[in-house]
Design a protein around this ligand. Structure first.
Ligand SMILES: [Mn+2]
Length: 370
């Protein structure tokens, strides 16, 4: 039995700049914790090979704390062969951590843009791969492998079936033709399921933990086992501390920020989101024209999730006929804004709607908040 764990796109030291300072610090620490959980699994489940298919680090600069954790975890997993293919975020350059820091002897790092291999005859396996040596890798590095009776793995940062990509484009046909049993790819953070063609199973593991609202859902690493009878088994392994989710909520008829807040709380209850979730809610529908939904005000007191991000895309429920004919300053204000409310550019329309809301709110003598 050969036990392989496939991960990548961990992006240690990501800044989590979409969050406030406190939450960003928590998330940075948690991401290191997710990496440590992965390594604990690798160590305690007798994993033969850990494949890290690029972007272990978020960028060239890596903090001392992160380097210490990575070195400690890799050393502790001394029985596991750890293979790293530097990706476009953490390329192998003379200044990179990969070149400057001495990694434990069980760690194998690809250094060349060309495909090379590490041989492990004791487990009847060869691991092929290459490195990004800069921010892009315009050509495919994948070439034919040697049929020597061993299991052939690929560990690489690559862009599958995207011929014009500057990130090592590769086709599924190339992977099959090269003779790989399993091609462990990195680069795409929200991947489709792994595929199979010919004798080759190939695909992305996705990022290990979401880092923004464009990386929603439960993220995972992949476990790939090849039995002595050749039977292949694949499983997802979840180590992520939290997940990002995005919802759209129609709040038509809402009259106040607290009204909207209650509707969001209901949504959270209904979807059973909890403290492990960072939630973005996009508000849609028609609301009271003078209602200005400031994100901090709406989110205030919603403690059920770790973070709540509000996107207001509601439109005011306008009695346009009334406003059109209104002889007061309200009507004049509306008529003044009207060309912009009907502009072909959505950004102009959005700003005009906002201006209309603030204006009507001020003229109504109401507070623009709650
Ligand atoms: Mn990545």
């Amino acid at each position: 039995m050969l036990k392989i764990v496939h991960t990548g796109d961990i992006h240690l030291d990501s800044p989590f700049s979409g969050l406030d300072e406190r939450r960003a610090e928590v998330r940075k620490t948690e991401l290191r914790g997710t990496f440590s959980s992965l390594m604990t699994y690798v160590r305690t489940n007798h994993t033969d090979i850990l494949l890290i298919a690029g972007d272990l680090f978020d960028r060239g600069f890596v903090t001392r704390e992160t380097i210490d954790i990575v070195m400690r975890e890799f050393s502790r997993a001394s029985a596991c062969r750890i293979i790293i293919s530097p990706g476009n975020h953490d390329p192998y350059t003379p200044d990179s951590v990969y070149a400057k820091v001495k990694f434990p002897p069980n760690v194998y790092i690809f250094k060349s843009e060309e495909q090379t291999r590490f041989e492990f005859p004791e487990i009847n396996c060869d691991v092929y791969g290459y490195a990004f040596t800069g921010e892009s890798h315009p050509a495919s590095a994948v070439t034919a492998t040697e049929d020597n009776g061993r299991i052939r793995l690929l560990c690489a940062h690559a862009h599958l079936d995207a011929p014009a990509s500057p990130y090592a484009p590769v086709t599924s046909a190339q992977l099959v033709a090269a003779g790989f049993d399993y091609a462990a790819l990195g680069h795409v953070h929200n991947p489709p399921k792994v595929s199979e063609a010919g004798n080759c199973i190939f695909g992305y593991c996705g990022c290990i933990e979401g880092r923004g609202y464009d990386e929603t859902g439960q993220k995972a690493a992949l476990s790939f086992e090849i039995g002595d009878d050749g039977k292949k088994t694949m499983r997802r392994l979840v180590f992520a501390r939290r997940r990002y989710e995005a919802e759209t909520l129609n709040v038509t008829g809402a009259v106040s920020a607290s009204d909207v807040r209650e509707r969001i709380k209901s949504l959270i209850r209904e979807k059973k989101y909890s403290a492990d979730t960072l939630l973005r809610v996009t508000l849609t529908g028609e609301t009271e024209p003078s209602l200005v939904l400031s994100a901090p005000l709406v989110a205030d007191g919603v403690d059920e999730v770790f973070a709540l991000d509000i996107k207001d895309e509601t439109v005011p429920a306008l009695d346009t006929e009334y406003l059109e004919a209104d002889p007061t300053v309200k009507g004049a204000f509306y008529r003044e804004l009207k060309p912009r409310l009907l502009d072909s550019d959505p950004a102009v329309r959005k700003t005009a709607l906002r201006a209309l809301r603030y204006g009507l709110s001020a003229m109504a003598g109401e507070s623009i908040s709650d």
